[in-house]
Design a protein around this ligand. Structure first.
Ligand code: PLP
Length: 401
């Protein structure tokens, strides 16, 4: 008898996510060698705990808010007072003039992206992504029958090149997803890059006479080092939807909490906003988790331990450089993007011999690199450096002073 699941889902069961596969592999190796001897850099799961204020905020909500308010249904877009507080915080930080009426609370960035795509995409609409990219984008676009269009990596500096992107825009382009600070490269898209993309999209909207939406996926917004600025995109392009999440910035990935910002100047704003609320409902989220909505509203000025991620960044970068590897010095997020002197999948296999788990660049549509997630305890990096040095020697690289 044929299997009963859908063809799309069957195809997905045959190719598990490489990141998840490495995560499972880490658990297997830890059972054999002991967790302290396995250096798992595969998953973007924050090591440093949520700030203490998150815990006290959750307790306050549970003790002080009406039970029906904490645990009940609310408008699909989220609690009005939470959205209002969030809009004020954004206005203060980014010099904008949002109200709660521009905010939809979502189940993390993944939930927000799905809400945005469900709202915008008709079957066969094209959605542009820039390699290397978070591979789940492909699944999210496919959820709504959209077609993913991949712009190859601009591997000089991994700043997107607007002229290159323009070559991939067609009559069917409905949206482009960008992600800065970037997973997997750690690159922050500069203001110059953003201005050029905005100018190009404006030109393409004119040419094809329909809106092209810029979906800015920003779960790493606050993870920017050395005072680097992450441009706020609604200042540069009218048809921007911003997606955010507290998964990384407050170390809450399992709580599934984030939001979308839909600016009033967006094309057909009211229609898009109403549709997004409905999408949140009918995708089965109904609304973002209520307790977490109320708790994060009390933590809008909180931050994760950026100094510790920064210390990890420096320790890992210096160690890899000294071993002879080449990688771009990341400006944001918590990923190192290492250029492999051999095939990247082969590199992943070789690293495993030293109990080091990394993810191949091919898993982000960009071969020749691996991603090293340094959102780990410092000891993991310290423990892995001798293995990285031995791997570099095995690959014939010369150590640097
Ligand atoms: N977008 C990017 C670029 C990510 O790296 C991730 C998670 O790693 C997500 C979206 C999903 O984040 P969330 O946990 O908020 O759904």
């Amino acid at each position: 008898m044929n299997n009963c699941i859908s063809e799309k889902m069957f195809a997905l069961t045959q190719k598990n996510s490489a990141v998840r596969e490495m995560f499972e592999e880490g658990r297997r190796l830890a059972a054999i060698h002991g967790a302290e001897n396995v250096y798992d850099f595969s998953l973007g799961n924050p090591y440093f705990p949520a700030p203490d204020r998150v815990k006290t905020a959750i307790v306050e909500v549970l003790e002080q808010d009406e039970p029906s308010l904490v645990h009940g249904y609310m408008p699909n877009a989220g609690f009005p007072d939470v959205r209002e507080a969030l809009a004020k915080s954004l206005n203060h930080r980014f010099d904008t003039d949002f109200t709660g009426g521009n905010i939809i609370m979502t189940a993390g960035a993944a939930g927000g992206l799905n809400v945005a795509l469900k709202t915008l995409i008709n079957p066969d609409d094209e959605v542009i992504v820039l390699a290397p990219f978070f591979l789940e984008y492909g699944n999210y676009v496919s959820n709504y029958g959209g077609k993913l269009v991949v712009v190859p990596a601009h591997s000089e500096d991994f700043q997107p090149n607007a002229d290159e992107i323009a070559k991939f825009v067609t009559e069917k382009t409905k949206a482009i997803i960008i992600n800065s600070p970037n997973n997997p490269t750690g690159v922050i898209y500069s203001e110059d890059t953003i201005k050029k993309i905005a100018a190009m999209l404006n030109e393409m909207q004119e040419k094809y006479n329909h809106p092209i939406f810029l979906i800015s996926d920003e779960p790493y917004r606050e993870l920017a080092y050395d005072g680097a600025k992450v441009p706020w995109l609604t200042h540069y392009y009218k048809n921007t939807i911003v997606g955010y999440s507290w998964s990384k910035s407050l170390s809450l990935p399992g709580e599934r909490i984030g939001y979308l910002v839909i600016p009033s100047e967006l094309h057909d704003f009211s229609l898009v906003f109403d549709a997004a609320g409905i999408a949140n409902r009918i995708l089965g989220f109904v609304n973002a988790p209520s307790l977490m909505q109320r708790a994060v509203a009390k933590c809008l000025e909180e931050s994760t331990d950026i100094a510790s991620y920064d210390a990890n960044r420096k320790l890992l970068y210096n160690g890899l450089q000294a071993a002879g590897f080449d990688c771009a010095y990341p400006q944001g997020a918590f990923y190192m993007w290492l250029k492999t002197p051999c095939d990247d999948k082969e590199f992943v296999k070789m690293a495993k011999k030293y109990n080091i788990l990394v993810v191949s660049g091919s898993s982000f549509a960009c071969s020749g690199y691996v991603r090293i997630a340094y959102c780990v305890g410092t000891k993991t990096i310290e423990g892995a450096l001798s293995g990285f040095a031995a791997l570099a020697a095995e690959l014939g690289l010369r150590p640097r002073d």
